[in-house]
Design a protein around this ligand. Sequence first.
Ligand code: SAH
Length: 592
Amino acid sequence: MKGKLFVIGFGPGSFEHITKRARDTIAESDVVIGYNTYVDLIRGLMNGQEVVRTGMTEEVSRAQEAVRQAEMGKKVAVISSGDAGVYGMAGLIYEVLVQKGWSAATGVEVEVVPGISAINSTASLLGAPIMHDACTISLSDHLTPWAVIEKRIEAAASADFVIALYNPRSGRRTRQIVEAQRIMLQHRSADTPVGIVKSAYRDREQVVITTLAQMLEHDIGMLTTVVIGNSTTFLYDGLMITPRGYQRKYTLDADVQPLKPHMRLRKDAEPWALEDEEADVDLDAYEEDDLDAYMEESWHAETEADERSAADSDGDLEWEEEDDDALGDSHLAVKPGNKQSVAVGSYGLALEALQLVKRKKGEAVDEGVPARNLFVQESILEFAVSPGVVNKKITAAQMLLIAEAAGERGEIEYSTQHQLILRVPTSNPETLTRGLREAGLLLMPLGDVAQLKACDFCNGEKDESIPYAEQLAKGLNGRKMPKELKIGFNGCGMACYGAVNDDIGIIYRRGKFDLFLGAKPVGRNAHSGQPVAEGIKPERLIETIERIVAAYSEGGYPNERFYKYFKRVGKVAGYSYREVPMFVIEDAACGD
Ligand code: SAH
């Protein structure tokens, strides 16, 4: 009769965190082999098994003994804490077997029973620090040359991995953790969150959250795992959390603009992605429902797919427009840039590095050298520029400034909204925008914000209503909305800038204002807004528009366009929606 080897990971050490298979295999075994402390930890699961106890350093003899007993026909449980395949007994057992010429077909049967490794158990106590790409590094140079370990720390730190340090420190090995911290500080900010967990899910469990700079001030021992956050890891209410991805966009006022589900996987939305087939997927080719399915399949869109509003699934032509939005949906925003990183001379880099080192040591720094963080990801600042709310003429000097701001690597695009859109890789958005503003240019965020577009009031000749346009622009431009909200403001009944085709259309006529709501400016079933009021008194205009915008801002579903919202709620700020007959396009008759 052939024996069997179970190589079992029993998890962090508490009964509830041992898998059922681990319990069953321990119960099924004739012999249990393991480090003394571990045998004690699982004592409650045993029913009279023979125990081969060994000390910590006798792993090889333990593995040999296990194989020997299995070859004698016994069922042998070799136990490791955490997972047996992570710095545990699994590899060693196979090494012993391989040396003996073992093969699965002819030799003893082997089953590796997975367990919860320390990276997982400690992470659960810290919050959610792993989340993104992470690695484990053992600081034990007992079987691995320190030079190799050093290289791995260096590589992981520079590649922004979350790092779980196993075997961080023992009575004899005390320098390793100090060295590890030193290397990591070369790549990560001193205030990077660090979690230190001792004896997770065991008696005398200890959880400490600190920073990379201060981690050595805490108790770290053989039963500790140290988790180093990446550049995005943050602390919240005593928890250490690593977001699932890197934020792409920030408005100038640091308002984070997360990617919408339909914008994911697009090259223009995630410019840092390696160009591959997936990134090239032509989303336009999908029907809306299929697209949902596609998104569901993609791990990128796991949860975000749910966020898509009910409003988007009513089966009309919305998707076409969503696509256009995605291309133009670029807020007054900064997003991490792509491969075209700044060309900095090596001398410049060296100087900056020296400043960093000096600063860390508390030494005087040369103020002439920029105090840039060497490891900041470059970002793209996106925003719209126009000469003003009313003015539509750009001076040559302003044009030059815009060109200068775009520089060699930026781009300038002319938008449907009579604006120039600038996309400029920069790590210093403030400086870039200040100059443009000082030259009298109007800078506007794009995307899901309110935007007022006024006409030129016949070159300023029909100027009575200009103050209202300016006041509205000042109060509303850039305000966060469920979906982009276009407000058109035209200074006479001609409405030649097309206010009737905007979400909210305001037209000044004979000293008063007419109001149009809910246009659908694009798509096959485009229509103008409904005239909902005529002759609004000027003193009531601002308050009326404010109420409409506020109602939409509070009541609109995420991603729901204004016209859909208006239709859904039926009444906004006292103005009722009226059903308009659908225009049916007949097939052309042949022979006509
Ligand atoms: N096979 C184990 C790792 C063994 S190496 C696993 O998968 O978890 C031993 C190291 O694991 C310890 O130095 C410590 O860093 C970590 N470790 C194991 N159990 C732990 C626990 N309960 N709490 C914290 N760290 C633990």
